[in-house]
Design a protein around this ligand. Structure first.
Ligand SMILES: [Zn+2]
Length: 339
């Protein structure tokens, strides 16, 4: 036992030797070198172990300031974030609906006439269509229209026009229409110079028909140019002689009750386009006389193109109102403005 103590003392007594010579160098290497390296790369390095998360210490002003440890296992305290308010989606400007652009409504055209709504007098619904001053080019169109409706027209013809248009005059007769007298010259100064001059002109018309067509109309129907009462004859003392002379010669005199004023533009006091004026005149005359008991003799001129243009429309209008069309020659009784 004593020997053990002696040995122990020897060891202790040698302790100063560690501070000198190779022993000191050895100890330095043994103790400090590993510490140097270990401080930067091993477990010796002071770490702030925070349950698996290493956060290197941060030295601020020489005093290590512990970095707040964030526990990974703890429920992360989530800072209640403000519930993101859904930003309203940008409202898209409504796409303008392209609505069809309505067609501009044309301003209503003022009706230049009052359209009668009545229908024919059932006891007097026969209309007689008559055409003056031909034959002319328009007569062919009139014949086509009348034939398409099966209407028999009466053409008060002028001898001079027959000589100019003999084929049209022949067509009137050949197609069963009435070729009636409207004097030979239609010259007011001549025919109304005296009753005898008027009678001579009528005879010339009859001879013209015979010479050109080979057809003698005989003492037939006659219409005085301007009518049996007109500005040239009226008021004259011999006015009655014109009428009586024709009657004694066997002619039946026909004026008219209805008409479209196609030779009296002076009546266009509303300054309508001519076509509208003719329609206005037609409505006016129908309104005034369409339901009377007088013979419904209608006057227009085949020499006026606008009249021919409206003929088919007028026939349709009359038919729609309950009128029918008759043969003037079948009337047998003459008709003048005096009734
Ligand atoms: Zn005439």
């Amino acid at each position: 036992m004593n020997r053990i103590f002696v040995r122990l003392r020897q060891v202790v007594s040698r302790r100063p030797c560690f501070g000198t010579g190779l022993h000191s160098a050895f100890l330095f290497v043994l103790l400090f070198i590993p510490m140097l390296f270990g401080c930067t790369s091993c477990s010796v390095m002071p770490v702030y172990v925070a349950e698996g998360i290493e956060t290197p210490g941060v030295t601020v002003g020489g005093v290590p300031t512990a970095t707040p440890i964030v526990s990974a296992t703890s429920t992360p305290k989530t800072t209640p974030q403000p519930t993101p308010t859904a930003s309203p989606l940008p409202t898209l400007a409504p796409t303008p609906t392209l609505e069809p652009t309505p067609a501009p409504t044309p301003a209503p055209t003022p009706t230049p006439y009052d359209i009668p709504t009545f229908t024919a007098n059932p006891n007097n619904n026969v209309v007689y269509l008559t055409f003056d001053d031909g034959p002319v080019g328009g007569t062919n169109r009139v014949l086509d229209i009348l034939n398409s409706y099966g209407i028999k027209g009466t053409f008060f013809t002028v001898g001079q026009a027959i000589r100019h248009n003999p084929n049209i005059a022949r067509r009137i007769v050949a197609e069963g229409h009435n070729l009636a007298c409207h004097t030979n010259t239609h010259d007011f100064n001549k025919i109304y110079s005296s009753p005898e001059a008027f009678a001579a002109d009528v005879t010339a018309w009859r001879q013209t028909v015979i010479n050109v067509i080979g057809y003698d109309a005989g003492a037939y129907m006659i219409r005085f140019p301007g009518g049996s009462v007109n500005g040239t004859l009226s008021g004259r003392p011999d006015h009655g002689e014109y009428l009586s002379l024709m009657r004694t010669s066997g002619y039946r005199i026909y004026d008219w009750l209805l008409g479209n004023n196609d030779k009296w533009p002076g009546g266009n006091t509303d300054n309508l386009p001519f076509e509208d004026y003719l329609v206005q005149s037609y409505y006016k005359t129908l309104t005034a006389f369409g339901r009377t008991n007088y013979p419904l003799i209608f006057l227009m001129h085949d020499s006026v193109d606008e009249s021919v243009d409206m003929l088919a429309w007028m026939i349709e209008d009359l038919l729609a109102r309950g009128y029918v069309f008759g043969d003037l020659n079948a009337l047998t009784q003459e008709y003048t403005f005096y009734g």
